[in-house]
Design a protein around this ligand. Structure first.
Ligand SMILES: NC(=O)c1ccc[n+]([C@@H]2O[C@H](COP(=O)([O-])OP(=O)(O)OC[C@H]3O[C@@H](n4cnc5c(N)ncnc54)[C@H](OP(=O)(O)O)[C@@H]3O)[C@@H](O)[C@H]2O)c1
Length: 314
C-alpha cells in the first residue's frame, strides 16, 4: 500500500510539472525548446497523408486541426460516430478558414513568445552569443542556423498569408470504426489500402477511454485493452505497416503519464479480465488503463527494435 501511495504522489508531483497545462506552459517558455516550437509553428506538411484515430474529440481532433492547418494533403479522421465526426470536421473547417476568431488562445501564446524573444534579444544578447547552448538544443535535429530567425523575421513569416488548401477536402472522415473491434479495424485497414496505395506518412493511434466499470466488446475482450492496445495499436499498426514503410513513415502510440501509476504486470494482464470470469469485481479502471499505456510503450520499443529502417515515436 505504501509503495502505491509513494507512486501516486510521485506521479502527481511529476505529472503536474510535465503533463498538465502547467507543464505545457513551462515548456512553451523554455528557451532551450524555442527551435522546436519554431519548427512546430512553421511546419509545411504539403503532400503528406495522416491517419488519426479518436479524431472526434480531444487530442485527436486538435491534432487533425494542426495537420490540416499546416497543409497536409489528406488527414483521415477515424471516428466511431459519424455524427460526432461530422461535427468535429465542421468545427475544424471553420477554425482553419477563420484563424483569427477561433485560434485566439494559440495566438496569445505565440505573441507572448515573440515578446519574450524580443526582450531576450535586447537584454541577453551577450549570453546568446557566448555559444553555451544546452545539451537539448545541441541534440535537437531541428536546430540549425536557418532556424535561428530574428524576432522580426519570425513575425513576418507568421503574418504572411498562406495559400490554403481546402480543409473540406483535406479532412476525410472514416466513420463507424470502433477500435476495440477487430471487424471494424479490418474494415479500416481495407479502406486505407484502397485509398492510399502509395503509402501513409503517419499513423496516430490515439483512440481510447478510461472505463471505471469493466466492459466487454462483442468479441468478448475487455474494452480498455482492446481499444488502446490490441486492435487500436498492435493490430492496426502491424497491418498498416507496409503502407507506412512505403513512405518511411511514423507510427505514434498516444500513451500517457498515467502509466507511471504502476509497474507492467506482464503480458498476461491483457487477459486479466475475461468475460464471465469471477475476477470482474476486482477490476480497477485506472490500473487497467495504466497497464494498456505501459504496454503501448513496450510495443513501440519492440517495433523500433524490429524495424530499424523506420522510426516509431511515442
Ligand atoms: N487528456 C489527457 O490528459 C491525456 C493524457 C495522456 C494521454 N491521453 C491519451 O490520449 C488519447 C486521447 O485522449 P483525450 O483526452 O483526447 O480523450 P477524449 O477527448 O475522450 O477522446 C477520445 C477519443 O477516442 C475515441 N474513442 C474512445 N474509445 C474508442 C473506441 N473504442 N473506438 C474508437 N474510438 C474511440 C473517442 O470517440 P467518441 O467521441 O466516439 O467517444 C474520442 O474521439 C487517449 O488515448 C488517452 O489515453 C490523454
Amino acid at each position: 500500500m505504501w509503495s502505491q501511495i509513494k507512486t501516486t504522489t510521485a506521479f502527481f508531483i511529476e505529472g503536474r510539472k510535465k503533463f498538465t497545462k502547467t507543464g505545457y506552459l513551462k515548456a512553451r517558455k523554455n528557451p532551450t525548446l524555442q527551435s522546436r516550437w519554431n519548427a512546430v509553428n512553421n511546419a509545411d506538411l504539403k503532400g503528406r497523408v495522416y491517419v488519426v484515430t479518436g479524431a472526434s474529440s480531444g487530442l485527436g481532433k486538435e491534432i487533425c486541426w494542426y495537420l490540416a492547418d499546416k497543409g497536409a494533403e489528406r488527414v483521415y479522421m477515424v471516428c466511431r460516430s459519424e455524427e460526432k465526426g461530422m461535427k468535429a470536421k465542421e468545427e475544424l473547417v471553420k477554425r482553419i478558414l477563420n484563424p483569427g476568431e477561433a485560434d485566439s488562445g494559440g495566438d496569445q501564446v505565440v505573441k507572448k513568445r515573440s515578446n519574450w524573444k524580443r526582450k531576450k534579444s535586447k537584454n541577453d544578447k551577450d549570453k546568446d552569443t557566448s555559444g553555451s547552448s544546452s545539451k537539448l538544443e545541441q541534440d535537437d535535429p531541428t536546430t540549425s542556423k536557418a532556424d535561428d530567425k530574428t524576432p522580426a523575421e519570425e513575425e513576418e513569416i507568421q503574418q504572411q498569408p498562406r495559400k490554403r488548401s481546402d480543409p473540406n477536402s483535406q479532412l476525410i472522415i472514416i466513420p463507424n470504426t470502433d477500435l476495440s473491434r477487430k471487424s471494424n479495424v479490418d474494415n479500416l485497414i481495407s479502406i486505407l489500402n484502397q485509398k492510399e496505395p502509395n503509402g501513409i506518412d503517419c499513423l496516430l493511434c490515439n483512440a481510447g477511454n478510461l472505463h471505471n466499470q469493466v466492459t466487454y466488446t462483442p468479441e468478448g475482450l475487455e474494452q480498455t485493452m482492446a481499444s488502446h492496445l490490441i486492435f487500436g495499436s498492435y493490430y492496426l499498426s502491424k497491418s498498416l505497416y507496409p503502407l507506412i514503410e512505403k513512405k518511411a513513415g511514423t507510427i505514434v502510440f498516444m500513451s500517457s503519464g498515467g502509466m507511471y501509476n504502476t509497474k507492467f504486470p506482464g503480458w498476461e494482464a491483457i487477459h486479466l479480465y475475461k468475460e464471465n470470469k469471477s475476477n470482474k469485481s476486482s477490476y480497477d479502471g485506472q490500473l487497467q488503463y495504466a497497464y494498456a499505456k505501459r504496454a503501448q510503450v513496450l510495443l513501440a520499443e519492440r517495433w523500433t527494435e524490429e524495424n530499424k529502417k523506420n522510426t516509431v515515436f511515442l
